[in-house]
Structures are given as C-alpha cells and as structure tokens.
Design a protein around this ligand. Structure first.
Ligand code: SF4
Ligand code: SF4
Ligand code: FES
Length: 369
C-alpha cells in the first residue's frame, strides 16, 4: 500500500500565480503550468514513464493520472498534459489511483524481463520503472506474461540495447527525433509486436545515430544503458560537475568516480546545455585522463629522442627557434592558433604575442571552423 509522499514545501511565491491545492497543500504556479508542475512544486510526485520535459508531454503511459475537482465533479486527467487551473483541487494518491497505477505497472511487467534482471543490473535497479514497481508493490506475474522483445544484436561500442526490458514508452524515439533530431530510431509494429528499430539494419553504427546518448538518459527502464558504466552502481559513485574539454561549446558534464577512480562521465542537466552532448562529450571526454601518452611535463627532442626538460629549457628553446624563423623568413612566416578551450584572457595574450612579440597579424581561432 502506498501513500502520498509527505510534502516538502509549496515552493517560492510566483508573480500572478494560479492558486490551487494538491492533496490539501496550497500552491501557486505561473500561468500555463501543467498539473504535474503544480503537484511537484507542492512536494508530491507521480510516476511519469512517458514524460521527458525536453520533448514535452505525450500523455500515453497514463501513469501520471490524478483526480481533479472541476465544478464539483471529480475528473481523472493526465497531470502531464492537463493545465493547472485556479482553485483546482488535485488528489494524487487516492486508493483508486494507487490501484490503477499498480495494475498498469503489472501490465507493463508482463511484457518485460525486468523482474529477473533487476537484482543483476544496477542501471535497471535504479530505473524510474523499477522504483515505481517497488513503490506501488506491483507483482510480476499478476498479468499473464507476454513474449519478450528481442535484444538488439548491435556491435556498437557505446550503447547497450536490451529491448527485453523495454516497456514501449517511446521516450527514446521522441528524444532522438524531436530533441536530437537525428532520426536514428523509430517504432516498428504495433502493440506488443512494436519494437524500437534503427535504420537501416537495426544496427546503430549503420544508422544516422550521432551517439549523443540522449536515448540512454531518458530510458526509464534500463533497456538502454551506457556500456562504459555497465555494472557500476550509481549509489556507490560520486559525481563532479565540470565542462567537457573537447570543443568551444563547453557543454556541462559530470565526472563519475568510484573510490576516487574516474570511471566515466554523464551529462549535466543543470548546465545551460541541458544534458545535450555529442559523442565525444558523452562517451570519450574522460578516457585520455588515464592515457600513458598524456603530456605531463615539457619534452625536448635531443638527438632525435624526446627527453624530459625543465620549463626554462623548453621555453628558451622555443623562443630561440621563433627568433631564428623571424630573422630568416620574416614574422608573417608564423601563424598563431588560439584555442577555444582556454579562457578569454589567455586568447587575448596569444593575439598580443602574435602582434607584438612576433609582429604578425596571422592569428586565428579553432572556434571559427
Ligand atoms: S544516441 Fe542519440 S542519435 Fe543515437 S539513437 Fe540515441 S538519441 Fe538517437
Ligand atoms: S527502449 Fe527504453 S525509452 Fe525506448 S521505448 Fe523502450 S523503455 Fe522506452
Ligand atoms: S507521464 Fe503523463 S501520461 Fe505518461
């Protein structure tokens, strides 16, 4: 038996709010807010298995249904699609709603292999779907089991696709088509025969997939997981917010560490990039930290062999060579390339160095390409 979670607070005041009550807690939300926004602001929550705020409400899973009182009548509406209204009374956890959600979850359980995999797969165990199954005490086998969807035999190195865990919520296809606009995956078939399919041979490497990873982080079941973090319990790790080191856009990432060891990265949804990453930020922005080839101190080539040097030795050598080139071929024989990944002040200094120290206007920046 589940109960409505205790409210934390009704949030900070908003200008010209719509005022309503959720489970008896008064809350004000801006105009055009959804009922879902209001109930979350009031400190409650409901499962939202088809909802990702990046692509907006779809209203298909019906897990977020709540009761609202309209003109003295009780109506049951999807809180993700319905707008909050003045003086509305919202109930999120009536006995009928809890029974309804439990039944829906048991129907979804009947089409997945999740019950067997839950203890083995950390990503699955921490999924939205499994948390809802636990919260509503949904029982595997309460509804006759259906045939499983086949896992995708996909050799891509980034995304593991266990479609036997899929509940056909279509969050992955929505995010791929409407947010990432890659159009790499689609729904094939109907009902229990429906499956997620990628162009052209159900192999992501042959598809328009950009390996942005958005389908992984929206999937509510663990059907889609990040291979590099397979088996890593998210509760055992620490996340440190930082900025992807690759290009000038500077998307937000979180470094994932386990016992002080860097084991991967995740998108930072609180950053201005709102969790969007390219394949480098999503899957490769951390491995070079451990590279044996990483440059950690100056190296000077002596007799054809790179040897460790002091900063003074290295800088004296560079300065002497610059001077030699300028003396022999003139300052315009040198071009300076600034970096998108250093601070503005450093780029300013580089153009100053080009113009004043070298004497050339040959200065450009990789961000222009
Ligand atoms: S990784 Fe990105 S582009 Fe590829 S299928 Fe997932 S959402 Fe689409
Ligand atoms: S793979 Fe995940 S996100 Fe995609 S439809 Fe299945 S459960 Fe939903
Ligand atoms: S989250 Fe509202 S219907 Fe799925």
């Amino acid at each position: 038996m589940t109960t409505a979670p205790a409210p934390h607070s009704a949030g900070s005041p908003v200008a010209n709010p719509i005022n309503l009550t959720v489970n008896g807690v008064g809350v004000g939300v801006p105009a055009n807010s959804r009922v879902l926004d209001a109930l979350r602001k009031a400190g409650f929550d409901v499962p939202t298995l088809c909802y990702d705020e990046r692509v907006g409400p779809k209203g298909t899973c019906r897990m977020c249904l709540v009761e609202v009182e309209v003109d003295g009548r009780i109506e049951t509406v999807a809180s993700c699609t319905s707008f909050a209204a003045e003086d509305q009374k919202v109930e999120t956890h009536s006995e009928e709603l809890k029974d309804y959600r439990k039944t829906l979850l048991e129907m979804l359980l009947s089409e997945t292999s999740a019950p067997k995999k839950f203890p083995e797969s950390d990503d699955t165990a921490h999924s939205e779907f499994y948390r809802a199954v636990q919260e509503y005490d949904a029982k595997p086998g309460a509804v006759p089991l259906l045939e499983r969807r086949a896992p995708a035999p996909d050799p891509n190195p980034f995304i593991q696709r266990d479609y036997d865990l899929c509940i056909a919520c279509y969050r992955c296809t929505n995010i791929c088509n409407e947010w990432e606009q890659a159009g790499a995956i689609t729904v094939d078939g109907r009902g229990q025969d429906s499956k997620i399919f990628s162009f052209f041979n159900n192999n992501l490497l042959d598809s328009p997939c950009t390996f942005c990873g958005q389908c992984i982080n929206t999937c509510p079941t663990g059907a889609l997981t990040d291979r590099k973090l397979a088996g890593v319990d998210p509760h055992e790790t620490e996340q440190t917010k930082t900025v992807c080191p690759y290009c000038g856009v500077g998307c937000g990432i979180e470094l994932v560490t386990l016992d002080g060891e860097l084991v991967g990265t995740k998108p930072d949804f609180s950053a201005p990039s709102r969790g969007s990453l390219c394949v480098k930020g999503q899957f490769a922005s951390w491995e070079f930290v451990k590279s044996e080839q990483r440059l950690k101190y100056p190296l000077v080539r002596r007799n054809g062999i790179l040897e460790r040097a002091t900063w003074d030795e290295a800088l004296d050598l560079v300065a002497a060579n610059f001077k030699k080139i300028v003396d022999e071929d003139g300052p315009d024989s040198i071009v300076c390339w600034a970096s998108a990944r250093v601070v503005t002040e450093a780029n300013y200094l580089l153009q100053k160095f080009a113009r004043v120290a070298i004497g050339t206007n040959n200065i450009d920046n990789c961000s222009r390409t």
